[in-house]
Design a protein around this ligand. Structure first.
Ligand code: IPE
Ligand code: IPE
Ligand code: MG
Length: 256
């Protein structure tokens, strides 16, 4: 590395202000984030867990904005898993309330920014109010052509694959398709993310290193980054560092 390149690299590493897209070697087309660590953040601050989730939601706005500013095409966020129903009624209630508030307060700005919202997961099990607000957000933004924002609510990847399998089996049963015609694209086309590119970069905050049933099929060749920051502390700068790490990865897809 010559002196000028070294200075640029060192300068960028130290730079805390949000980066612009031309400050990255390459950016992912699809970023997925498992927003983890709200509970530990609340504990660390001796607060009720719901305060941790609230702080996490505050953080979300900045991350979505920065994703949009960088021109990244797809952002998938894990907000509530099918397994999260196992938490206390109080915590589930707090999360449901935050989902409602988030969509109510953010929808105008997201729509104005041409963001297209898609909910990943089964809305059927959600309380009616939440179900309606989520459907409304999807409908209102369905013709938007900017950032594709996928929010996973009552989402489980295995359940998603089961649903896809059932749909495909029904097509075969009705004679609309032959079993031999089923290929990888057939399966992709029956996932919630139909028509979208696979995940390029998967980020899980809080130091945990597992998928927890998130986008198993779509993550087949994703690059993984596991920042230590708890989700409410995960800053735009931490995000830039994860994106920068992605830019330095050599994606080989099994090739030489
Ligand atoms: C992630 O934070 C948010 C949701 C699962 C909804 P957690 O609540 O899982 O936080 P930790 O893992 O307990 O710290
Ligand atoms: C995954 O986090 C789900 C979300 C972030 C919404 P969890 O905290 O629920 O996952 P586990 O229990 O650590 O695997
Ligand atoms: Mg967790």
């Amino acid at each position: 590395m010559n002196l000028k390149a070294w200075k640029t690299a060192a300068g960028l590493a130290l730079k805390k202000a949000p980066r612009t897209s031309d400050e990255f070697v390459k950016l992912p087309g699809h970023v997925a984030i498992i927003m983890d660590g709200n509970g530990r953040w609340a504990k660390k601050h001796r607060l009720n867990v719901s305060k941790g989730h609230r702080q996490g939601t505050e953080n979300l706005r900045e991350i979505i904005r920065h994703t949009d500013d960088l021109g990244i095409k797809v952002l998938s966020l894990y907000a509530f898993s099918t397994e999260n129903w196992n938490r206390s009624e109080e915590e589930v209630g707090a999360l449901m309330q935050l989902i409602l508030e988030f969509f109510t307060t953010e929808i105008d700005e997201l729509d104005a920014k041409n963001v297209r919202i898609l909910i990943l997961g089964d809305k059927g099990r959600l309380p009616e109010k939440q179900r309606e607000v989520l459907k409304e957000a999807e409908k209102r933004t369905e013709k938007n052509t900017g950032l594709r924002l996928n929010i996973a609510v009552n989402y489980g990847s295995r359940a998603e694959i089961v649903k896809a399998t059932q749909e495909i089996a029904a097509l075969v049963k009705n004679g609309e398709m032959q079993a031999e015609e089923i290929n990888e694209k057939t399966i992709s086309d029956h996932l919630y993310t139909a028509g979208q590119p696979d995940v390029d970069l998967m980020i899980r905050t809080s130091g945990e290193q597992r998928l927890s049933n998130f986008l198993l099929y779509q993550n087949a060749y994703a690059e993984f980054v596991f920042p230590e920051a708890l989700w409410p502390d995960f800053s735009v700068h931490d995000y830039d560092m994860a994106l920068d790490a992605y830019g330095r990865r050599d994606r080989r897809y099994g090739g030489r």
